[in-house]
Design a protein around this ligand. Structure first.
Ligand SMILES: CC(C)(COP(=O)(O)OP(=O)(O)OC[C@H]1O[C@@H](n2cnc3c(N)ncnc32)[C@H](O)[C@@H]1OP(=O)(O)O)[C@@H](O)C(=O)NCCC(=O)NCCS
Length: 164
């Protein structure tokens, strides 16, 4: 009889600071994760342009197979804003998004931010993830997103409740 061997250790999620060298992975994940019709995804030049700016931080979430997700945050004065968060659809549901969002909250607290906020398209299922983490709606920006066919979509502003 062959004894059962212990399985491989769970593939740990690692978060690390990203930079311009990660733009290929960021754009691959961005293109796969965001439906093109809503106009939520950023272009490569938008990402490359914001990365060197003061207060902007890119975080890469990866496991042993490489980059699976990323977030982009910005700290201005005493505010922290989550500009983007995305996980490759092939890796969604495995905890990468929750880990990135928790990292944003922890980094914002460590930075001493008195307001943690983000904009999300009204109707995006990611709202459930944010609300579970303690964010709630604080406003609406009409027509904030513009799809490639010119249709506009509202954004909700969500604020971390501890900061309200
Ligand atoms: C939102 C997103 C980053 C979540 O990443 P993820 O790695 O799949 O999330 P997790 O596996 O950590 O799941 C976290 C929680 O959110 C829930 N969730 C995640 N995506 C969801 C979805 N599309 N619909 C409903 N619930 C979702 C999970 O069920 C889980 O709930 P739980 O905490 O009760 O178990 C990912 O779905 C994504 O990239 N979406 C497309 C890009 C996008 O719209 N980004 C947000 C706007 S900037």
């Amino acid at each position: 009889m062959i004894e059962a061997q212990p399985g491989p250790a769970p593939d740990a999620i690692r978060l690390r600071q990203g930079g311009v060298d990660d733009l290929d992975d960021v754009m691959r994940i961005m293109t796969n994760a965001f439906p093109a019709c809503f106009g939520e995804a950023w272009t490569r030049s938008q990402c490359a342009g914001i990365l060197p700016m003061a207060g902007v931080a890119l975080t890469i979430a990866e496991d042993s197979r490489g980059a699976a997700g990323f977030s982009l945050m910005r700290f201005v004065a005493d505010e922290a804003e989550l500009l983007l968060i995305a996980v490759d659809p092939a890796e969604q549901g495995n905890g990468f998004g929750r880990a990135l969002l928790r990292h944003f909250i922890e980094t914002g607290r460590a930075f001493g931010a008195s307001r943690l906020h983000l904009e999300v398209r009204d109707g995006n299922p990611a709202i459930g993830l944010y609300e579970n983490a303690g964010f709630s709606p604080a406003g609406r920006r009409r027509g904030y997103y513009r799809g490639p066919e010119g249709k506009h979509y509202d954004a909700l502003t969500l604020v971390f409740d501890e900061c309200k």
